[in-house]
Every structure is written in C-alpha cells, then in structure tokens.
Design a protein around this ligand. Structure first.
Ligand code: FAD
Ligand code: N01
Length: 538
C-alpha cells in the first residue's frame, strides 16, 4: 500500500464537490488511499463558489442528492422542492462530516500540474502549496461548470464600484439597498440573481446579449408527508433515474408535438408551465429537441407567455428568444422573471443594439453613452467542460500534454479516460452525459465505474489502464453524431464551447442519455474492458 504519510496515495482527486466527496467515500471503502485537493476553503464545489443571491438548484432536491447510502438518506431532510445554495452547501458539509471525509481533503490548495512518470507508473502532482504528492491514479473531479468565464469587457479594473462574478461570489452579505446595480448575462445565474435582488436595489439594469426561455419556478416547502413518501419510494425513484434519459425519475413522453391539436398542445404546455419543473416543458412531447417544427410549438408557447406578461411591447420583443431552438441553450426556471421588467426601476439593455464599449470608473460605457452603477455583477457563465482540466498542466505518456491533445477540441473515451494519459480518469468530462443530466446521478455512475475499474486492476495485478486511440476517436464521433441528430448544435451554447472566444466548436456532452450511457459503460466492462489497454505490474 502506498505511503500516504510520504505524500504517496493510490488516488489523487482534484476537487471536493459532489464528485470529489463521493470519490473519497467510494475509493476509501474499497481500501484505497485517497487525497482530494480542493482550491476552495470549503467542500461543496459549485455550491461553495456560486453563493450569489438566489442561487438555487433547478432539479428537485430528492433527485439532486446522493443515492448511494440509505443511512444518509434517513439522516438528511430537504426543506424545499428546489434546494437553495446555502442548503446544498450545508448538505455537502454534512456528508463530509457524516462519512468522516475531511482527513482525506486538503482545502485552500490548487493542483497546478500532474505528470505521468512512466518508470514509476505514478502521477507526480504539484500543488500551489509547494509540496509534491503522487498517486497511481489521477482523477479529475474539478467540475464541468467550475471555471468562471470573464466577460471580455475592457476597463473592468478601472471601475471604482463593487464588481462580482456569480461563479466566484463572496460569502459575506453584499448590501444592495438603494444601489444602482448592473447585471451582465441572462443565463440561469443572471435570472436567479436579478429576481433575488430586485426588491432591494434602487435601480436594476440587465444587460442582455441573448434572450432566454425562462419558465416559472414552482417551489414549495417539503412537509413530513413528502419526506415519508420519498423515503418509502427512493430506491425505485433513483433506480428509474439511473436508467432514464436525463437522470430524473419521470416518464419520457411518447407523442409528437405535431400529433395533437393546437388546443390540446396548448393545454399540455400550459399545465407544464403552471405545475411542473425544469424538465417539465421538455417532457411534454418526444420530438421537441429533434424536430424544428415541433420545437417551434414550444418556443412559440413561451414567446406567447412573454408577450402576455410584459406590458411594454418593445421590452417584450427584446426579451423574446429567437434564433435558436427552445432547450438547446439550457432553459431556466425563475421567479417572476419576465414580470420583473414591468417594474419602473428595472431596465433592459439589448446588447445586440447597444453594445458595451468598456467599463469606466463610474460604470459602463455603451454605444449610447455612459451609465453609472454602484455594483456590477457578471453572470457571464463558465469555461465549461474543459476549463478545469485545461488549467492544470497535465503531461501524459511521452511528454504529450492534455492541452496539446485537446487543442482542436476534447478527446475522451466514454468521457472517462484519455489515450496517452494512463490511470487518469475524468468525472463528467467531455463525452459524458453528465452536464445534460441531473448531475448527481451521472456523477455516482462515473465514480462507481472508476471505483470498480480500480478494484478490477488491483485484483488482476494490472498497473495501468488507458483508452485505445481508435475507441476514443469512435466515441467522440459517436458523441458528435448523436448531437447532430438533435437541434442542440444550432445554438451558440457552452455545450459547444461557443461562449468562450477561440474555443474549438465541438459538441461536448453525450446526448444519448444517462441510461443508454450506463448500458454502454457496463457493456465495455462485460466485454473485458473493451477499448482499453492494461499494463501489467512491473
Ligand atoms: P464542482 O461542484 O464544480 O466541484 C469541483 C471542485 O473542484 C471545485 O470546488 C473547484 O474549486 C475544484 N477544483 C477545480 N480545479 C481545481 C484545481 N486545479 N485544484 C484544486 N481544486 C480544483 N446541476 C444539476 O444537475 N442541477 C442543477 O440544478 C444545477 N445547478 C447548478 C447551478 C450552478 C450555479 C452551477 C454553476 C452549476 C449547477 N449544476 C447543476 C451543475 C453542478 O456543477 C453539478 O451538479 C455538480 O455540483 C458538480 O459537482 P462536481 O463535484 O463534479 O464539480
Ligand atoms: O451561464 P450561461 P450561467 N457580454 O453561460 C452572457 C448551470 N446553472 O452562469 O447567451 C455580455 O448560461 C451570455 O450571453 P450569450 C446551468 O447548467 C444552473 O447563467 O452567450 N453577455 C448569457 O446570457 C447553466 O447552463 C442554475 O449570448 C455575456 C450569460 O452571460 C450553467 O450553470 C443556475 C458575455 C451566461 O449564461 C451556466 O449558467 C446557474 C459578454 N461578454 C447556473 N459573456 C440553476 O438554476 C457571456 N454573456 C440550476
């Protein structure tokens, strides 16, 4: 067994969010030594960093939590249908304490590089604290949506007011009372932040580059009966999610949106709008993300809602999403988002008409003049899927770097491994269905697969595993092909890398579905780890 006291572990894990915490538990239970290295001063990952006002999960709490432990399930009770960021952070801290994971975590420490030492069959890992550590396995659990994307605006440093990014938001309260506040970005983070602070601010100005489809969030407290029902049915609920398309326990629709009358379709959409959840509108018909005409029906339904809610027709027009199909950029759920624009102190700047020129000491200069602000919040998203791995200098076999390997877009086999990088695993990496699913179900599947693989290698006396090049190419081709069978590639989304200037345009998440992906991963194992080459112990 490797000597952890000398800095040598079976596995070095990057990150201590949902993925890192479960990796520690799973690998430690299997008898491996593990060190998780976390840049934040706390566990929690996403739910530590995104402490912005209104931050909330939009998958139901019963589906956005670990399912691997019935004991944990008995010990924890969610207070709301959609858990808030503080509650999620509390949950992940509870998990770290409950399973005594903290001795395996080094906080406030960043992994800066990792180099595969061919002679020793080890990953040499460098930390910003200076001390070297090494591991037989190097596991990237640094998050698919964890590296905040700067807004590419000149002069940010010249701004004399307060400036925040939602993805790296302070934990101390920020006072918005009587302030002139700007929010740049209208994705989920911008929608949640704006609706959370609108009552506090003196004036709120939203800078919108692309209008978004936002449905109402139907949140509610969870009572004892809901918890009792959950505990009674959780096994079936999670099992259904594991084999579902999106990692949630809901039935897939079987009908086409084009096979029903306009009245019936309107009623079905209306019901989903009023009563359902994030996936509600998407789960009404089976072809919304595959057929343009079917998609037009749901897009037009939401557009109609916007026209009905927003009083000023010009503002309504600006808020109306066009130019990409419904659902191909992640749709949001938010509280009274469109109604917010009826309030006198809320202003909308259409960046397509009035672009930002630069930031100034007093605020934001647009093509139509300077606007003054006390506080500017960037809700401009993330360098998703490749961002966290790309910020670590990773060198594999023969001196090949991951940055070079991925220069034209990421390459993985099953989203879990890379040819040329033996014993390196990724959790929710490019090529995994994770980012397009309820993530915790995907994370558990990835971690279980990795854990089982490491146990298999130990039992068989195998030193290294790596993906075969042809299988990797075929997998990424398959990921592209599946995406091209849908409407997703028609949007400039973070799924395709379009939100980061200069990033190769390649569809990254696997759209085949969580259940299908699980079957494929299991089939690879049943066929003797088809597509992998193992190296024997020296
Ligand atoms: P993360 O939670 O991102 O944790 C990764 C950790 O790795 C981070 O703490 C980071 O600091 C650390 N790290 C990265 N690089 C390094 C390094 N070099 N050295 C040391 N540490 C490093 N998913 C859903 O399914 N439903 C939702 O409703 C949902 N809501 C979301 C809301 C927001 C605001 C965001 C940003 C994401 C949301 N997600 C949601 C996706 C969410 O990221 C995942 O659900 C999940 O939390 C990911 O867990 P993780 O452990 O894989 O990654
Ligand atoms: O980021 P985004 P996010 N100038 O990329 C705009 C999860 N999440 O942080 O669309 C001006 O979606 C950008 O415009 P455009 C979820 O998976 C979930 O909101 O690129 N504007 C867009 O409007 C989500 O998908 C929740 O034209 C600029 C916005 O900023 C993912 O995290 C909550 C700009 C970015 O939207 C990311 O969400 C929060 C610029 N230079 C996050 N650059 C839940 O509710 C970007 N924009 C569960």
């Amino acid at each position: 067994m490797p000597d952890a006291s000398a800095g040598h572990y079976d596995a070095i894990v990057v990150g201590a969010g949902f993925s890192g915490l479960y990796l520690i538990k799973r690998l430690r239970d299997a008898g491996f030594t593990v060190l998780a290295v976390e840049a934040a001063p706390s566990v929690g990952g996403t739910w530590y960093w995104n402490a912005y006002p209104g931050a909330r999960c939009d998958v139901e709490s019963f589906d956005y939590c670990y399912s691997f432990s019935r004991e944990l399930e008995q010990e924890w009770s969610w207070s709301e249908r959609y858990p808030s960021q503080p509650e999620l952070l509390q949950y992940l801290n509870f998990v770290a304490d409950y399973f005594e994971l903290r001795p395996n975590i080094r906080l406030d420490t960043r992994v800066t590089s990792a180099t595969f030492d061919e002679d020793e069959g080890l990953w040499d890992v460098r930390l910003d604290s200076g001390d070297p550590v090494s591991g037989r396995f190097f596991i990237l659990a640094g998050g698919a949506i964890s590296v905040p994307k700067p807004p590419e605006i000149d002069g940010i440093d010249s701004f004399a007011g307060e400036c925040y990014h939602t993805g790296n938001y302070p934990h101390e309260p920020v006072d918005f009372t009587g302030k002139y506040v700007a929010i740049i970005g209208t994705g989920s983070s911008g929608v949640q932040t704006s609706t959370a602070i609108v009552d506090e601010v003196a004036e709120l100005t939203i800078f919108q580059r692309t209008a978004n489809f936002v449905a109402p969030i139907i949140n509610r407290p969870l009572d004892d009966a809901a918890h009792a029902e959950y505990r009674r049915t959780s096994f079936e609920r999670h099992e259904k999610s594991r084999h579902s398309r999106q990692g949630i326990p809901h039935d897939q629709p079987t009908r086409s949106a084009l096979d029903v009358s306009d009245e019936e379709r309107e009623e079905i959409f209306g019901d989903a709008w009023e009563n359902s959840h994030l996936f509600g509108l998407r789960l009404t018909f089976n072809d919304l993300l595959f057929d343009e005409k079917a998609n037009d029906t749901v897009a037009e339904f939401v557009r109609g809602k916007i026209r009905g809610i927003v009083h000023d027709p010009e503002v309504a027009k600006t808020l109306t999403p066009r130019g990409y199909p419904y659902g191909t950029k992640r749709p949001c759920i938010g509280k009274d988002y469109f109604a917010m624009f009826n309030r006198e102190h809320v202003h909308l700047v259409d960046l397509k008409q009035t672009p930002i020129m630069r930031m100034t000491p007093k605020g934001i200069a647009t093509s139509e003049g300077e606007m003054q602000f006390d506080t500017v919040i960037f809700a401009t998203g993330f360098d998703a899927l490749t961002g966290a791995a790309g910020r670590i200098a990773i060198t594999g076999r023969g001196g090949e770097t991951l940055r070079d390997k991925w220069v034209d877009g990421p390459q993985t086999y099953l989203g879990l491994t890379c040819n040329g990088f033996p014993n390196m695993f990724l959790v929710t990496g490019p090529g995994s269905p994770g980012p397009l699913s309820a993530m915790v179900r995907s994370i558990e599947q990835h971690v279980d697969w990795i854990g089982d693989c490491m146990v298999h290698m130990r039992e068989e006396g195998l030193a290294t595993i790596q993906a075969l090049p042809d299988y990797e190419i075929n997998w990424m081709d398959h990921v592209q092909e599946v995406a091209e069978g849908t409407l997703y590639p028609r949007a400039d989304s973070w799924y395709i890398g379009a939100n980061v200037p200069g990033k190769p345009r390649k569809f990254m998440p696997y759209l085949g579905g969580v259940g299908v992906y699980r079957e494929k991963c299991d089939a690879v194992v049943s066929a003797g780890y088809d597509g992998f080459a193992f190296g024997a112990d020296k």
